[in-house]
Design a protein around this ligand. Structure first.
Ligand code: NDP
Length: 283
């Protein structure tokens, strides 16, 4: 039987630490959250991000823009927020409507306020290991591993998925932690063999219950990043929990595993951005 990695509990603990840190700061961290359109899932994420800010003492302001907002209007708002002194982090909820170029929007946020760590400058810094912000979901995974005393050093780490927001940065963070990392994707030959070699398996695929018990090694640490909605409306991950849990040493549930950590890491990045800004002002 695997030990269940409790993302809710770790997230709560991290938020308490952040709250204490914010209380001691001589600057109030501020986050601007921009939502374009009315995608129901995005609305829930944005609501949770704002609630998280309130919980730890971060000032937040939200911009709920209509679906027909033009790219120029969105870029103008970002430009304004880039210069706003009480805002230290800018978050644009993705995905954006199809008529808006996501890359142009990400690139318009000044790297110092890019608390999602999607800007090429921050992506580059993650590559070199000399970073200010870590991308939220992979950082959440690393925080969970560390909390449970799971050290990737010398371990076979297999990441399934190579997206810019999860798979690639996740692989890089595991590499920085001295894991031996394999990145798999939809063109990977014999995925099962790769999965079976993993001491630490991170699934970020977006396919419900894709990883089954016969694909994991006895005693593997299984981290499920996936969030998928079943036909009955219930949330499920990329890992078939029922068949993997008996073989794994540690496993994250969905919901209640990686999910709660993502927003907590966003809050952490916002506090860091404010601290860096305060340090700069004090120089
Ligand atoms: P993407 O769709 O951007 O990437 C999915 C990746 O999975 C791609 O690299 C794709 O390969 C790979 N893949 C797809 N099918 C297969 C297959 N049959 N075998 C092997 N690899 C495959 O998704 P994201 O990275 O954005 O998200 C992944 C999952 O994580 C989703 O369920 C998403 O909802 C969830 N998520 C959860 C978060 C959280 O807070 N917990 C935050 C962000 C995402 P290829 O590149 O070849 O197409």
């Amino acid at each position: 039987m695997a030990q269940i990695i409790d993302g809710k509990a770790v997230s709560l603990e991290q938020r308490e630490l952040l709250k204490a840190q914010v209380e001691k700061m001589n600057i109030k961290p501020g986050l601007a959250v921009i939502l374009v359109g009315s995608d129901p899932a995005s609305q829930v994420y944005v609501r949770n991000k704002k609630a998280g800010c309130a919980q730890v003492g971060i000032y937040s302001e939200s911009y709920d823009l209509p679906e027909e907002t033009t790219q120029e209007q969105l870029l103008a708002l970002i430009e304004k927020l880039n210069c706003k002194e009480d805002i230290h982090g800018i978050l644009v909820q993705l995905p954006l409507p199809k008529h808006i170029d996501e890359t142009a929007v990400i690139n318009a946020i000044v790297p110092e306020k890019d608390v999602d760590a999607f800007h090429p400058v921050n992506v580059g810094k993650i590559m070199t290991g000399d970073y200010d912000f870590l991308p939220c979901t992979p950082a959440g995974v690393m925080c969970l591993l560390s909390h449970y005393g799971i050290d990737p050093a010398g371990k076979e780490c297999v990441v399934i998925g190579r997206s810019n927001i999860v798979g690639k940065p996740q692989a890089m963070l595991l590499l920085h932690a001295n894991g031996t990392v394999t990145i798999c994707h939809s063109k990977t030959a014999d995925l099962k063999a790769k999965c079976l070699s993993a001491d630490i398996l991170v699934a970020a695929i977006g396919k419900a219950d894709f990883i089954t018990g016969d694909m994991i090694k006895e005693g593997a640490v299984v981290v499920d990043v996936g969030i998928n909605r079943r036909d009955d409306g219930k949330l499920t991950g990329d890992v078939d929990f029922a068949s993997c849990e008996p073989k794994a040493s540690f496993i994250t549930p969905v919901p209640g595993g990686v999910g709660p950590m993502t927003i907590t890491m966003l809050l952490k990045n916002t506090v860091k951005a404010a601290q860096l800004c305060s340090d700069k002002l004090g120089e």
